[in-house]
Design a protein around this ligand. Structure first.
Ligand code: SF4
Length: 500
């Protein structure tokens, strides 16, 4: 645990994070996690955070050294997608029992499990995750992994992020440290080129990176490694030869980006693929960084041509939705997808943002949202479910975009809702992703179910039952808009067909 403590202190001191730099030395030592509220859900543990970051590496066997429940907690709880290997979705655990713990069989069982995986699946690597139980009983997973790697001629990578070490966010960073210590830089590619980049913190949820890659392909830019979405072990092992990097979700892997810059001189920027202008900006910055690292300047012109072409196509597609969505009010309650980019993107098509959470936003993000909304009254850190319900049932928003945790608040308030967090079913990245997001919002708002669920129940229509008006402004407002548009425009007709 001593080396783990040192590692934790190291990741708590992050020069590339503004929030971290804003703290004094004492606050920095305490890390990023907020104190937990008794009775409230605590969120994922460090092991869970490490698993989230690493499991999308698709050809690796992910072996959890723990009693069965840890793997059950963390297994594939996001919608990352693979274009090939399926091994990452096979669940491997040493399934420690009380008897194993009492008899000190943990390390032996782990070694045997690695051998079984090697014989049955022959993966390019096995990632071994420590957990609370195995950290507490003192199993030395680093030593077992080292011995197994020598014996089986296989990369066996210890991921030292037991749940008790801290929060999910800490686990994200410890996973990045494991990649830096044991994977990146271990393979020399024979095809490194001036247009190679890394994309960090992109999880390929619902396959959304596949909406971005064709754009990069058209520019002749090769993604050396996308970490972790749809990644292969050997790509990550040779990621140190990329010329530039983009960090998509800065809170998760900023330490990885900074250390790759320090060790291998790979400059990086933080960007987003959500929204039309943000996607364009990201492509521009990638091209600029590559030119700074020696690529031909002509890539800048090619990038501008591609941006102009793609923006024109996207706007043409979005026009079909403008009439139905113009002026519709959106409440954004998400920490996952970058709020500022989504805010910007929705305002681009004329929607009104009535509120956005900034719980996981950096100081820079908040400043951007303030500039876009021209007002910080619409920003909130966190809204209790009761307040969300009140806001929605009073008709202050036509749709809520959030994660699954608050979906039932919206549904109880009979308000359309769309999942835009990690469990989302549709890809929203890039130009096509923006069109898809707007299409899904249109489907949700104009779904005929809303006029039905807001009708009075038959038993309330009996003679003698007081004829009540719809109980909320929201019901009146949105029913009106559904009636106004339903069946009158090709967009809405198409939407209803798709719902069916
Ligand atoms: S690592 Fe610890 S906190 Fe995390 S799931 Fe396992 S037992 Fe629970």
């Amino acid at each position: 645990m001593t080396s783990l403590s040192a590692k934790i202190q190291d990741v708590f001191d992050e020069p590339a994070c503004d929030k971290n730099r804003g703290k004094d030395a004492k606050a920095r030592k305490e890390g990023c996690a907020r104190p937990l509220t008794p009775g409230a859900a605590a969120g994922g543990c460090a092991f869970d955070g490490a698993k989230i970051v690493l499991q999308p590496i698709t050809d690796v066997a992910h072996l959890v050294h723990a009693p069965l429940a840890c793997e059950g907690n963390s297994w594939d709880n996001r919608g990352a997608a693979s274009s090939g290997p399926t091994l990452w979705r096979t669940s491997f655990t040493t399934d420690l029992t009380e008897l194993d713990v009492v008899m000190g069989q943990g390390e032996r069982k782990l070694f045997k499990a690695i051998r079984e995986i090697k014989e049955a699946y022959a993966p390019p690597a096995v990632f071994v995750y420590s957990t609370c139980v195995t950290a507490l009983i003192g199993d030395d997973i680093e030593a077992v992994c080292k011995r197994a790697a020598e014996k089986f001629g296989l990369a066996v990578v210890p991921i030292n992020a037991p749940g008790l070490a801290g929060s999910k966010n800490l686990g994200n960073k410890l996973a990045a440290e494991a990649l830096l210590d044991h994977v990146i830089g271990t393979v020399e590619p024979d095809d490194a080129g001036p247009y190679d980049i890394n994309i960090l913190g992109e999880f390929n949820l619902s396959g959304e990176f596949w909406l971005i890659k064709p754009l990069l392909d058209r520019l002749g830019i090769r993604v050396r490694a996308c970490i972790p979405g749809d990644a292969r072990y050997l790509d990550i092992a040779s990621a140190h030869r990329a010329r530039a990097a983009m960090v998509v979700c800065s809170t998760a892997l900023i330490n990885l980006a900074r250390k790759m810059d320090e060790r291998w001189h790979i400059p990086f920027f933080e960007g987003s693929f959500y929204g039309i202008s943000d996607t364009s900006e990201a492509l521009r910055k990638i091209a600029e960084l590559l030119v700074r690292k020696g690529a031909d300047r002509e890539i800048l012109d090619r990038t501008e041509t591609l941006i102009a072409e793609q923006e024109a196509i996207a706007w043409e597609k979005l026009e079909a939705y403008r009439r139905g969505l113009q002026g519709k009010r959106v409440l954004l309650n998400t920490g996952g997808v970058k709020s500022w980019s989504v805010v910007h993107a929705l305002m681009e098509i004329g929607m009104e943002i009535v509120g956005t959470s900034v719980k996981k936003s950096t100081v820079e993000d908040k400043e951007r949202i303030k500039q876009i909304l021209k007002d910080d009254n619409h920003m909130f850190e966190q809204m209790a479910a009761r307040d969300l319900y009140t806001m929605l049932s009073e008709g202050k928003a036509d749709i809520m975009l959030s994660g699954g945790r608050t979906q039932f608040v919206a549904l109880k308030a009979k308000t359309p809702w769309l999942d835009i967090n990690q469990e989302r079913q549709h890809p929203y990245a890039g130009y096509d992703g923006m069109v898809e997001l707007v299409r899904q919002i249109d489907l949700a708002i104009h779904n005929p179910i809303w006029s039905q669920v807001r009708e009075r129940a038959p038993w309330d229509c009996q003679p003698g039952v007081k004829d009540e008006q719809p109980s909320t402004k929201n019901e009146t407002a949105t029913v009106h808009s559904a009636q106004e548009f339903a069946g009158t425009t090709p967009t809405i007709s198409a939407s209803v067909e798709e719902i069916r």
